[in-house]
Design a protein around this ligand. Structure first.
Ligand SMILES: Cc1cc2nc3c(=O)[nH]c(=O)nc-3n(C[C@H](O)[C@H](O)[C@H](O)COP(=O)(O)OP(=O)(O)OC[C@H]3O[C@@H](n4cnc5c(N)ncnc54)[C@H](O)[C@@H]3O)c2cc1C
Length: 392
């Protein structure tokens, strides 16, 4: 049984595979891809195919479905490891690994039989979830009575969807999507929305603008556009009008994966600062021998270790909810890890002095990447408010 404190032999072996993948596939190209002007050009199918060949892309599929049945704790470890090399790649995989878990758990046997093989057998198979709209964002974290604008009308055998989602990770790269749509316009989104499984080549579904993000550029985010898009009744996940139950029931580990992603960036920043402090001499000795620097490095290490402990507790608890799950574990680890990572990356760049500000030294990318999770998977303030709602 896995523990939040000690890696198992299996976990060590998996993480070693990820390290080799990072070294051989991601590290050599990440900086160059990140600098490309067109956001769509920053994405690499070669990396996705290599992740498939290494078994990473499908690792949350159960053995029955051809994966290794990685639990949420192991998956969080893998996501942190991926993010040490590049945050965008960690996001591409985190979304896919998380939604592969949902695809197996939240669906009917017929839906699983149809969609899991489509995902599994395509080495470029990625997954995405579309909830956010231009006017409905924090409102779905703190359910507000106003409905989603993306709405469906009932028709014979299914639903006709019109509307759009934006900011969607893997939005322009996925084969299968989970999309949340208002099916009862007179109700609020928490009572009147439905979760649909949608394939990329469905008539009436297209990809809009690819967002030009400041960081996390190796992952693409895009608009999903629905114009009289017919989706059959068989593609409803869960119950009509109860889409939010799918979110509440099947995504306990979601925020934890986001937290693990930003932690990976902070670990890289800390490790680089530690090495730099050993070799950079000022004041007649390596700067690590100056107390101000030594204390700051210790604090960075502490922040990373606390983030990881919180993440591992939340990930393990998500799979073992009878052993002490509390709902704030689904929100607060990401808030803590992203705030801590922002400090760690800033401090690591300062420890590099003027070099930390030079683009080719790489902190500029780490800072842009670390900023992503102050905003995404729920803005931090929104998640603090959501947690407060669980507390009283
Ligand atoms: C890189 C990235 C990837 C993303 N990927 C996805 C994805 O794959 N799928 C998806 O569906 N979405 C995705 N999102 C959306 C994301 O999860 C956030 O929910 C969304 O960006 C926040 O929306 P907004 O900008 O409209 O902020 P708003 O909701 O407009 O919030 C603006 C500010 O107001 C505050 N605020 C809002 N409501 C309240 C309130 N009631 N009380 C007090 N303060 C409040 C917020 O905390 C925030 O500071 C992504 C976003 C980003 C940036």
């Amino acid at each position: 049984m896995s523990s939040i404190f000690v890696e198992t032999e299996d976990q060590r072996a998996i993480l070693e595979t990820v390290r080799r993948f990072n070294e051989a596939v991601v590290a050599p190209v990440a900086a160059e891809l990140d600098r490309r002007d067109d956001p769509a050009d920053c994405f690499s199918w070669d990396i996705v195919e290599a992740a498939d060949a290494a078994g990473i892309r499908t690792m949350t599929l159960t053995e029955e479905w051809g994966g290794i049945g990685a639990d949420s704790l192991t998956t969080a470890m893998v996501i942190e490891e991926l993010a040490k090399a590049d945050m965008g790649i960690a996001v591409v995989m985190a979304q896919t690994l998380k939604l592969a878990q949902v695809l197996q758990k939240a669906t009917t046997p017929e839906q699983r039989d149809r969609y899991v093989p489509i995902f599994r057998d395509d080495p470029r198979g990625l997954l995405a979830i579309g909830i956010t709209e231009p006017e409905t964002a924090s409102n779905y974290f703190l359910p507000h009575p106003s409905p989603f604008r993306t709405a469906a009308e009932k028709t014979e055998g299914g639903w006709v969807i019109n509307g759009m989602k934006h900011f969607i990770s893997n939005g322009n790269r996925s084969g299968i999507y989970l999309v949340f749509v208002q099916t009862e316009k007179s109700k609020g989104l928490a009572e009147g929305s439905t979760c649909f499984l949608i394939e990329r080549d469905t008539p009436g579904f297209s990809i809009g603008h690819v967002h030009d993000k400041m960081g996390e550029r190796l992952a693409n985010n895009a608009e999903l556009v629905f114009t009289d898009c017919f989706i059959a009744d068989e593609n409803v996940v869960g119950t009509v009008g109860d889409g939010f139950n799918v979110l509440a029931q099947f995504f306990p580990q979601s925020n934890t994966y986001a937290a693990a992603t930003v932690l990976g960036v902070a670990v890289t920043a800390y490790e680089r600062a530690l090495e730099w402090a050993k070799i950079r001499n000022q004041g007649g000795k390596p700067i690590i021998e100056h107390d101000g620097i030594r204390a700051q490095l210790a604090e960075m290490r502490m922040l990373n270790d606390v983030s990881r402990t919180y993440i591992h507790r939340a990930a393990w608890s998500a799979d073992n909810q009878d052993q002490g799950w509390d709902k704030t574990l689904g929100t607060l680890p990401k808030v803590f890890a992203s705030q801590a990572a922002w400090k760690v990356v800033t401090w690591a760049s300062e420890i590099h002095g003027g070099y930390g500000y030079m683009r080719d030294v790489g902190f500029e990318k780490l800072l842009r990447d670390a900023a992503a999770f102050l905003h995404s998977d729920g803005v931090n303030r929104t998640l603090l408010l959501k947690s407060a709602n669980f507390m009283y």
